[in-house]
Every structure is written in C-alpha cells, then in structure tokens.
Ligand binder design. Sequence first.
Ligand code: MEV
Length: 327
Amino acid sequence: MVTSSAPGKVYLFGEHAVVYGEPAVPCAIERRARVTATEREAGLRIHAEDLTLDGYTVEYTGTEGDHPDIDVSDSLVEAGIGYIQAAVEQARDAADRPDAGFEIVVESDIPLGAGLGSSAAVVVAAIDAATRELGVELTPEEIADRAYQVEYEVQDGQASRADTFCSAMGGAVRVEGDDCRRIEGVDTLPFVIGYDGGAGDTGKLVAGVRELRAEYNFAADTVTAIGDIVREGEAVLGTSDHEALGELMDFNHGLLSALGVSSRSLDAMVWAARDAGALGAKLTGAGGGGCIVALDDSDETLTALRYTPGCAHAFRAELATDGVVQE
Ligand code: MEV
C-alpha cells in the first residue's frame, strides 16, 4: 500500500494570455489530494471520499464500468472516475504491468471544479502512488508528463500543461507553451483564497477572449500586456517583494476584467480583499466565477472574505513548496 499526495494551484499571473503563447506563473498551494494505491489481483476498485463540493461530499465505491448511485452531476463523477482510470493506465504502462489490479482510495481537500487544479492533483498523486506500488519510481517531470497525457485524453485535447506540471513540481512554476520549469528561490507566498461556490465555463470564456482579440487591436494588446506583467512578475518573485507582486496582481485582474472574464462575485471578493489591506488580489483561472487569490499574511483578508456576500468559502493556502510526495 502506498499513499502519495499532490497540491492544487492558483495562477499568480497569466491565465488566458497563456493560450496565445504568453508565459504564465501558476503556484502550488497547500491544499492537497491524497491517493492510496494497493495492488489487488485484477481490475480496479475506486473509493473516493471527501471530494468536498460546497456543502456535500462525493462518496463513491465501485469497480471499472460501474456507475455510482449518488446525487451529484454525472459529468463531475464520470470525469472523476475517468481521471483515475486513465492515471492507473499510465502506471500500468510505466511499470510494464498491463494487467495489474488496484484498489484506489482518493481523498482531497481541494474544492472540486473551482479552478484550483483538483483533477490534476488527483491524477499526479494517483500515478505516483500506483507506480510506486508496482515498484517503479518516476521523476516528478515524468509524472507531470504522464498526468498531462491523462488530462489531454479525458478533456478531449483541451488541457494545458500548467496544472499537472505545477502539481507534480510544487512551488512557483513558469509555463510557456510546452516549455515548463520551476522558478527557484520562492519559499513563501501568503495566499488567501475566496471561492464563490460556482465556476465559469472555461470553453466559453476562452472563446470570448479569442473573439475580442480578433476584433480589436487593443484587446490583442491587452493580452500582450498580461504577458508583460508575467515577465515583470517573474523578476519580482526572486526578490520576495510582496508589495510589488500585489501591485502586479491588481493590474493583472484589471486586464482580465477588461477582457470580460471577471464577474460580479469575483470583483466583490477582489475588492473586499483590497479593502481589508491585501497587497493584491485577482481572479484565478478561467474566471466567470470560481476563485480569487489575494496576498496577505495578516488575518484581515480572510475575515473580510468570510463576510463578503457572494463568497461561499474563504481559506488560507500558503505556497506549497513540495509537489508530489510519498506520504
Ligand atoms: C484556465 O484554468 C486557464 C486558461 O488560461 C485556459 C488554459 O490555459 O487552458 C483560461
């Protein structure tokens, strides 16, 4: 029996612009998915609990091909099971054991479907646990690559490498197309996350930015300007100047807002964080709903978000310097 864990992530800078070849900086957060893999005679048995959505929990015990009898959207459950099945296939392939059977137990404290990279964290932890259980140890880079293949397959080719690379490596990472690397020397970032309990439609939001960019030169310039913020942010990250980072986060949120991907609840949370004294705050991920990330090492932002109408859940999540680890 092997248990591995892997972190979720926020975008410090660069979502949406990364689609057009600009760099982005996702950061791993101390909210983790834990997967325990135990070899069994044949087949695959999955037990998932604590996949906490706002207010209820997904509990699933079943074998390959089964459908669970629970009251959450089918797509969410099927996607969850699909990710685990594909991760197990990667482990079987890596260990050259195509018929290996597994019992897989998944626990996660990353809210599902909130843009915090929960599926990537589950896949990364599952590949690590299942390969180790078969006596094979992959490097974090190899796990990231196999996890990306899983997301690519399950998400019909709509995956970027950001979530899986960040979860496998931990810390702050830089992603530009297929070129992914860890940014060294970043030890602490006091993140506070506000979640409105919903999620935007990533496909629609990405399409909306694409249309604006095609229609207006100034929208294309806005995308390029986000890339400039990322490049500036990378330089600042090495200096631990959190005030400058916060200023760049605020700027990045303004440009995302101009591109039409913020929402009333995201803006309300961003402003609550700023009013409470956060060094900076921005939406994270595709937008339209979901999460904001603020930078504040005091308790003020967390308290303010908890009283903000439209904020369903607020929590602190430091930068996770460890990526995938065996527990
Ligand atoms: C969504 O989490 C991030 C986007 O940049 C889309 C992508 O990179 O695939 C909006």
